[in-house]
Design a protein around this ligand. Structure first.
Ligand code: PA5
Length: 448
């Protein structure tokens, strides 16, 4: 059973229902391209059947490694960039205690921290200060095994962990997640005897949360990966069974955002009302940005957290240029309970909220904002879920992946490649003096 619902009634003043209905034929065509594996990038459709085909032995091995790491480490460093870290971070932050790092004694599981997703000297040096003092283990995640940012972080942290524990013990504290045979990371893990997991050939980084790339860190953080897979499985069944806009959340979302894009709404702002969803929005931004932004086309994916950003971006959204639409992640029930106390003196004048749960106040903020933004010319799509838990997260992950493929095909791009990511790398290598890039380096330096 799926609990996720998509409501696009609040885009109807901006787009005609007839226009959305007219997209059904295109949705069906895109759906067939995914199911029959006939569309562009069809060698990267491994994620489609993944939730129902995950091997029991793989799950057991991940759970055993998670238990082993929990015994030996207070901190688990996940080295990776883009699709090799965002999914894990999104899920862990969505499910974790908001201040788990300040409650270390009470947490039975290692604190998962991330590295190799930037080139900041300060960031890595600060992390090393912590790793000097605490027991740790790490996963290095790179499908290609050649990405510069994680490769440099791994070289530095490998030296640190070997100095701290000795080479043999260090090799038990390192897990590599990479291609089954290619790449330097595979070679290194064979030579050093690291435990390794495979990123399947037919699954791209941003679609890899339900592979060991996401599952291992999520399990180490203490969350139920089987429940997450169950949620994804339910959403898969729904998404494959129906391409009808009225029945399928993925079809509804893809049709709604495509119709808005064709009506000059070129920026989609994903809105969360929980700070714990910030990285879920980051993961969504990567999924949609890398999948659709090509050939000078694509909706620009942005993100905000309300109510915080109502005090920063709210003004623009309400009254700025009218090229935006919002998609709101609406969560019915929080994990915790907290009410506004009664104050007999009512000096702050807040007794009209007294006795109300904070989630009720948050919900009224959500509903009030929705109407204000619609009135201000910003169409709203609502994605509702009953709560944030592993099962719902699994549903959300699969829903967004499937809808992304549908939308990408409706946009007539290949949603599974990312040719544009190479341009900065070539310039960076040239400027760093990588052998083979000398002429380019000289040309670039003249322009700086
Ligand atoms: O989604 C993608 O394919 C990318 O974001 C990659 O995940 C990212 O570039 C990292 O690549 P790799 O895992 O090969 O290091």
């Amino acid at each position: 059973m799926i609990d996720l619902k998509v409501d696009f009634s609040k885009i109807l003043g901006f787009v005609d229902q007839k226009e959305i209905d007219a997209l059904q034929a295109e949705v069906t065509k895109s759906h067939q391209s995914i199911v029959q594996k006939t569309g562009a990038g069809n060698d990267f459709l491994g994620w489609v059947d993944l939730p129902s085909s995950i091997d029991e032995a793989l799950l057991k091995s991940i759970e055993e490694d998670a238990a082993r790491i929990s015994k030996m480490a207070d901190i688990f460093v996940v080295i990776g960039i883009g699709g090799s870290y965002l999914g894990a971070r999104a899920v862990i932050e969505a499910l974790n205690h908001n201040f788990s790092n300040l409650l270390p004694g009470e947490c039975k599981h290692p604190q998962v921290v991330f590295a190799g997703n930037n080139l900041s000297e300060d960031y890595l040096a600060d992390l090393i200060d912590v790793l000097d003092k605490r027991d740790y283990a790490m996963a290095v995640v790179s499908k290609s095994g050649t990405t510069t940012e994680p490769a440099i972080a791994f070289r530095i942290l490998r030296e640190h962990i070997e100095k701290k524990y000795g080479r043999e013990e260090a090799s038990k504290r390192i897990i590599a997640i990479t291609d089954k045979e290619r790449g330097v990371l595979k070679k290194l893990s064979l030579e050093e005897g690291y435990k390794s997991y495979v990123v399947p050939d037919d699954i791209g980084g941003r679609y890899s949360v339900l592979t060991p790339v996401g599952l291992l860190p999520i399990a180490v953080a203490g969350f139920d990966i089987r429940a997450m897979i169950e949620g994804a499985k339910a959403m898969r069944a729904n998404s494959l069974a129906s391409d009808v806009i009225a029945n399928s959340p993925a079809a509804a979302y893809a049709a709604a955002r495509t119709s808005l894009y064709r009506n000059q709404k070129t920026v989609e702002i994903m809105v969360g009302y929980q700070p714990s969803l910030v990285f879920f929005v980051e993961w969504w931004k990567q999924l949609y940005g890398e999948s659709e932004g090509k050939e000078n086309k694509g909706i620009f994916p942005a993100g905000v957290t309300f109510t915080a950003d109502l005090h920063s971006m709210g003004q623009y959204i309400q009254e700025g240029e009218r090229f935006i639409f919002e998609t709101v992640i609406s969560v019915e029930k929080p994990r915790r309970e907290l009410s506004v106390p009664v104050d007999p003196q009512d000096l702050d004048g807040l007794n009209f909220t007294a006795g109300k749960r904070l989630c009720e106040v948050n919900k009224q903020a959500e509903l009030g904002t929705l109407l204000a933004h619609v009135d201000g010319g910003v169409p709203n799509i609502k994605i509702s879920v009953p709560a944030i838990n592993e099962n719902v997260i699994g549903q959300l992950v699969y829903f967004w992946e499937f809808a992304c493929a549908l939308s990408g095909y409706m946009l007539k791009v290949n949603p599974f490649d990312q040719p544009g990511v190479e341009a900065y790398k070539k310039n960076m290598f040239a400027l760093l003096g990588k052998p083979g890039y000398e002429a380019q380096g000289a040309e670039l330096r003249k322009r700086l």
